[in-house]
Write a protein that binds this ligand. Structure first.
Ligand code: 5MY
Ligand code: ATP
Length: 450
């Protein structure tokens, strides 16, 4: 917490976007984003009244701030070391005044998408993170274009754990049938996370094209922090966005898209510094043994996939051993308290959960729940084109090159807060539903053909 002082939201704030659990404001002058928790909107006067009383007690005991700090600790002490500090932002909790909060809430009503309005802002829980749509160019000597573009990808689950190997398709692909049925999407996506996480150049590039064709909530493109392409735009608008990214008028769209895929592929598979040496080396290398040389070491695809791979067994197993006595969030504090600081987080986590005399029983579920965060996180590639190409050798090596020029880039990962224990039950129910909907959809397709 920044003292107990109230954080003044700067006047230049802008609505950046929101998911199911958080709403995000961009704060351009601070180069930060403010990520505010959301909660269900109470229905009826009685629920509002209960919430008011509950809020009062939470304020009295400072509970909201403690809960937010718990999540920040998980972000900083579990997810950040697993993915690498170069990809994950620091985090600082802030307190907002009720008056400010009300003003912002009112102004946001006009901007927020209707399907997200059933959740309201939980101003007791807010945190500042680095704004990944801003590119640090202090050390770049080359002349750069004026605009910064950011490509946000929510890659979803690319790893198939043991009990899901018999599923007809991956969770993302099966979920398309369910989302079609519930009206969340109008057209099925040809994107598949397994292809993106294959590391294979052709498959990764094909995945990027699929995301452009049908972005859903898996692709967004920003220009200087303002959305220019997402599921709400017409796919024909991508041409103008590509022209702006490459700063080129006389090149065919096909060539622009080819170069875009080239840049994104190179970013997703860009080698990075190895994680700090782990003396134990018990589990930190096993995923690399499985992955072989599919990826350049330390690239963002490898880092996310290796966290997803912490779930070896799959939902079915964890759901079977889960009892109702286990609390929703207790595992987060227990995990942070029990991690052995002499090992890397992966070794410490798996040593802990494989130990025969595990003191905190809820830690058995930690690998699954940490993997669940990696299955749902997002990454952002931020880039600015080099205007004049008189670059020295070192500059060229640091930049990303494609047929249409050089780019300065940065890669960030976010949405790394813990998930509650009930996520396991939720996933088990979802999987049952997915299999059912998949089956009925396929059967009705077959009937149509016959
Ligand atoms: O269950 P999934 O795979 O559909 O993922 C949920 C996401 O749906 P998606 O399929 O990406 O559209 C969902 O995203 P949307 O609300 O659909 O944009 C959330 O990210 C949800 O996480 P949480 O409940 O906010 O912590 C996600 O729930 P978790 O699975 O991470 O618990
Ligand atoms: N550090 C960041 N830098 C730039 N933009 C960000 C950052 N964090 C979040 N955003 C933007 O805010 C949006 C919502 O944030 P986030 O994904 O964390 O919300 P969420 O509700 O937790 O998501 P989900 O529905 O996946 O659980 C993102 O889609 C992204 O566009």
């Amino acid at each position: 917490m920044i003292g107990d002082n109230i954080f003044e939201i700067p006047n230049d704030w802008e609505y950046r976007g929101e998911g199911n659990s958080h709403l995000v404001l961009g704060l351009p002058k601070l180069k930060m984003i403010l990520r505010i928790r959301k909660r269900d909107k109470p229905r009826g006067l009685f629920q509002w009244f209960l919430l008011l009383i509950y809020d009062f007690f939470c304020w009295w005991y400072d509970s909201y701030s403690k809960i937010e700090q718990r999540d920040i600790n998980f972000h900083l002490k579990v997810m950040r070391p697993l993915l690498g500090c170069e990809y994950v932002s620091d985090a600082k909790q802030v307190k907002l005044s009720t008056k400010q909060a009300k003003i912002i809430e009112e102004q946001l009503m006009k901007i927020r998408p209707d399907f997200r309005k059933h959740r309201i802002l939980h101003f007791g829980r807010a945190t500042l993170f680095h704004d990944f749509t801003i590119l640090e160019t202090k050390n770049v000597t080359a002349e750069l274009g004026d605009d910064t573009f950011s490509v946000e990808i929510k890659p979803k689950k690319g790893w198939i754990p043991f009990s899901e190997k018999c599923f007809p398709e991956c969770i993302f692909c099966m979920n398309q049938y369910l989302k079609l049925e519930t009206g969340r999407i109008t057209k099925s996506s040809s994107y598949c996370p397994k292809n993106l996480f294959s590391g294979d150049e052709m498959k990764v590039k094909k995945s990027i094209l699929s995301l452009i064709d049908n972005p859903q909530n898996n692709l967004r493109i920003f220009k200087n922090g303002i959305i220019v392409y997402d599921e709400n735009k017409d796919s024909s608008e991508v041409e103008d966005v590509m022209r702006q990214i490459f700063d080129m008028d006389n090149v065919k769209l096909e060539m622009l898209l080819k170069s875009f895929c080239e840049v994104i592929f190179k970013c997703l598979t860009r080698r990075s510094e190895p994680l700090p040496q782990c003396k134990a080396k018990l589990f930190c290398k096993w995923d690399q043994t499985i992955l072989g040389d599919s990826f350049p070491s330390g690239c963002i695809l490898e880092r996310i996939l290796s966290v997803q791979m912490l779930d070896v067994e799959g939902t079915k197993y964890y759901n079977k051993v889960l009892t109702d006595k286990i609390s929703e969030w207790g595992y987060v504090k227990n995990l942070i308290d029990e991690l052995d600081s002499k090992m890397c987080v992966k070794c410490a986590l798996l040593t802990l959960t494989n130990s025969e005399n595990l003191r905190r029983k809820d830690l058995i579920f930690a690998p699954y729940l940490v993997a669940a965060v990696a299955n749902d996180c997002s990454l952002m590639i931020t880039m600015r084109k080099v205007r004049k190409e008189k670059l020295n050798k070192i500059e060229k090596e640091e930049m990303i090159k494609c047929d249409l020029g050089y780019f300065v880039v940065n890669i960030g990962v976010f949405d790394l807060y813990p998930k509650p224990m009930s996520t396991i039950r939720k996933h088990e129910m979802r999987n049952t539903k997915l299999l059912h909907v998949y089956d009925t959809s396929r059967n009705s397709e077959k009937l149509k053909i016959n």
